[in-house]
Design a protein around this ligand. Structure first.
Ligand code: GDP
Ligand code: MG
Length: 213
């Protein structure tokens, strides 16, 4: 448009494309809680599945579902990888939030698909798994390397999930905080199966960070 000098008025555009977009990729080792509960699934899982069945979604990540539907879905395919979108109001401003639930087999590898796509990253571990925490460091390193390579600085949020598993905690909050500060990211602890407000807050924080860029 700059070639012809005259920018198009926003009112000429269809409403959908007028909505600013924010692409959030959810990364982390398998089992971190991006997608479902097997052990304690039981009745809750069945109920949640029933609730979701009318939605035009295939089953996404625990965090993603929690955020999009306020429900926790406990069982789904660990290999499933998909992108979901939702119109959100963040600080009274609308945004089309797209969430990519990634399903890496074993840590980062073949990352281009989300490195190029995302405007922000949620790196997730489970507070009851030291291994998942260590996996996060590898994701953070990949993201830091990528940020150095391109001019664009994408916000990264480190997320300790399964806060409801406090009695099995293997990773201290302080360790999460210090890892986050080492990589210059925000840090939160949440429970995908309990607290909708906190999960929503994290997604909205990601949008705010992107807007600050
Ligand atoms: P992913 O591989 O990161 O997508 O992990 P999943 O979302 O499949 O979750 C792995 C397991 O953790 C499943 O059994 C989930 O139901 C369970 N899970 C996910 N989030 C939570 C949570 O917040 N609390 C608890 N207790 N379990 C969770
Ligand atoms: Mg998954």
């Amino acid at each position: 448009s700059s070639m012809f000098g005259k920018p198009r008025a926003s009112s000429e555009r269809p409403p959908q494309s007028a909505l600013p977009e924010c692409n959030v990729a959810i990364l982390g080792c398998r089992g971190a809680g991006k997608s479902g509960e097997t052990g304690r699934a039981g009745h809750r899982g069945a109920a949640a599945r029933g609730h979701l069945s009318h939605l035009p979604l295939s089953p996404p990540a625990a965090l993603t579902v929690k955020f999009l539907t306020k429900r926790f879905i406990s069982e789904y395919d660990p290999n499933l990888e998909d992108t979901y979108s939702s119109e959100e109001l963040v600080d009274q401003q609308p945004v089309l939030l797209k969430v990519m639930d990634t399903a890496d087999q074993d840590g980062p590898g073949n990352c281009e698909r989300y490195l190029c796509w995302a405007s922000a990253f949620l790196v997730v571990y489970s507070i009851d798994s030291r291994k998942s925490f260590e996996g996060c460091q590898r994701y953070l390193e990949v993201l830091a390397l990528h940020a150095r390579g391109c001019q664009r600085r994408c916000p990264v949020l480190l997320l300790g999930n399964k806060l409801d598993m406090e009695q099995y905690r293997q990773v201290l909050s302080a360790e999460g905080m210090s890892l986050a500060s080492r990589f210059g990211c925000l840090f939160h602890e949440v429970s995908a199966c309990q607290d909708f407000a906190r999960v929503q807050h994290v997604f909205h924080e990601a949008v705010r960070e992107v807007r600050r860029q």
